[in-house]
Write a protein that binds this ligand. Structure first.
Ligand code: ATP
Ligand code: MG
Length: 441
């Protein structure tokens, strides 16, 4: 049934889904610009896939024993044709689907990145939302361990560019399927011996996906899980070599790392390298970025065997960490604010402002109330100067009657040392020439 809100009802956003207001969007834009810059230097190209995908993509791709598929997906039936659809909870399956569908790796490897909203039905709390944004990158068609290392070096360099400190890099190897199978047997035997210590989730996972028990957040199970058989000791020579190469390359590139033998990641498709960038500054929501190699996913989704490495980063969490470290840029302010005492000068004012904007000057125009029959409606100079000041502009452009009579506008500095900031008069006709003097350097 479709509920109708009555006219007076106040509507608000869905729980766990946030508005990003102008006071924050400058931070997002700065983050996104920084990302685009770094991605370009590594040869990553942007890909934009749909937000809604067939439910089967995530059931198969993300894995039907993951938290995501078991309990976090927003799924629905298309009312018109009954198709089972899901709001994407992550985007690796979407990117791989697109790569298969468009044969993107036909001519060799492709490095792709995306930024956009993901949806998971989780309990909202700091750093955990129902609509959240991920930056992610996928390197498709590369089997060499240097691409695993490159992925981690890239994230590290992005964090450095953003100025982030206070994070660490943990990694592990999940080997290849045969090694995981042997480890799985050992795990099941071990967990069966500790059956009475397993919580309900773990009991259930014992038969479906025992590896995931290692990922438990239940404090009561930590000691038992710590003593469980480690996948690392089941790795053969070539898996160990893969891991060693990654370690060596990270060392060479100055990325500090540690091996966490219990790091398994919450998704089913990984093999060999898995990694997380973690901070202790954000409480329980401390994983900033997670990823790894997923050589099996293309086949699971019906494509040709194609090796791949990728990662996803929670943008809200990174911005939150930047905020706690006072690393976010200040809100943008206009270069200039136009003071307009008389509405009949608006045509000449607005054409001058157009010229300035064409030169890249950011100028905000005083905007008055609606016209009344009582004549001048622009408001007093005093109130306009007040607005100019609170806009944060560095200059006021005063389009007064006296100035305009001389074909000029007065430029008055609003910031800095008042003694050095005398008003100067400049000809309107020369706006292109003096525009540059207003721009922030
Ligand atoms: P967590 O263990 O915190 O639930 P996850 O293993 O489910 O994370 P991934 O699926 O690997 O996370 O997603 C990659 C990143 O996306 C996470 O490291 C995190 O920064 C971010 N992320 C995941 N879920 C959320 C969420 N509900 N709200 C905000 N950010 C999230
Ligand atoms: Mg999760």
């Amino acid at each position: 049934m479709v509920e109708k809100a009555s006219k007076a009802d106040k509507l608000s956003a869905i729980k766990g889904m946030n508005d990003i207001l102008p006071s924050q969007s400058a931070h997002w834009e700065w983050f996104e610009e920084t990302v685009r810059g770094v991605m370009a230097t590594y040869g990553y190209r942007n890909i934009r896939t749909p937000i809604v995908e067939p439910t089967a993509l995530f059931v198969r791709g993300t894995g039907d024993t993951t938290d995501i598929v078991e309990k976090e997906m927003y799924s629905f039936e298309d009312r018109l044709n009954g198709e089972h659809l899901t709001l994407r909870p992550e985007n690796t399956p979407g990117v791989v689907r697109a790569a298969i569908e468009h044969n993107l790796t036909y001519e060799g490897g492709k490095r792709l990145f995306y930024m956009g909203p993901m949806f998971r039905h989780e309990r909202p709390q700091r750093g955990r939302y129902r609509q959240f944004y991920q930056l992610g990158a996928e390197a498709l068609g590369f089997s060499g361990s240097e691409v695993d290392a490159e992925a981690m070096v890239l994230v590290h360099q992005l964090f450095e560019k953003l100025g982030l400190k206070q994070f660490r890099v943990e990694m592990n190897s999940l080997g290849v399927p045969a090694e995981r199978l042997a480890h799985r047997q050992a795990l099941i035997t071990y967990f069966e011996q500790h059956r009475n210590e397993l919580d309900a989730d773990a009991q259930r996972r014992l038969l479906t996906n025992p590896l995931r028990i290692l990922d438990t957040k239940n404090p009561a199970m930590q000691d038992m899980v710590k003593a469980a058989p480690q996948l690392l000791s089941f790795l053969g020579e070539s898996s160990l070599k893969h891991l060693d190469t990654v370690k060596g390359l990270l060392d060479a590139c100055g990325v500090a790392w540690s091996v966490n033998p219990r790091l398994v990641r919450g998704l089913d498709y990984y093999s060999h390298t898995v990694f997380e960038f973690i901070t202790d500054e954000l409480g329980a929501q401390g994983t900033l970025c997670g990823g790894g190699r997923y050589d099996g996913l293309f086949e699971i989704l019906g494509g040709k065997p194609t090796p791949a490495v990728g990662w996803g980063m929670g943008i809200e969490r990174v911005l939150e960490l930047l905020k706690t470290q006072s690393l976010l840029p200040a809100e943008p302010t206009p270069d200039a604010f136009a003071i307009i005492p008389h509405s009949d000068s608006l045509p000449v004012v607005m054409t001058t402002l157009q010229t300035l904007r064409a030169q890249g000057v950011c100028v905000q125009m005083h905007a008055a109330g609606a016209a009344t029959s009582e004549g001048e409606r622009m408001g007093s100079m005093k109130s306009q100067f007040k607005k100019a000041d609170s806009s944060g502009a560095r200059f006021a452009l005063v389009f007064g009657a006296d100035e305009l009579a001389q074909g000029c506008v007065a430029i008055k500095a609003l910031r800095g040392d008042p003694a050095q900031n005398q008003q100067r008069l400049v000809p309107l006709a020369d706006a292109v020439r003096w525009a540059a003097s207003l721009r922030q350097v």
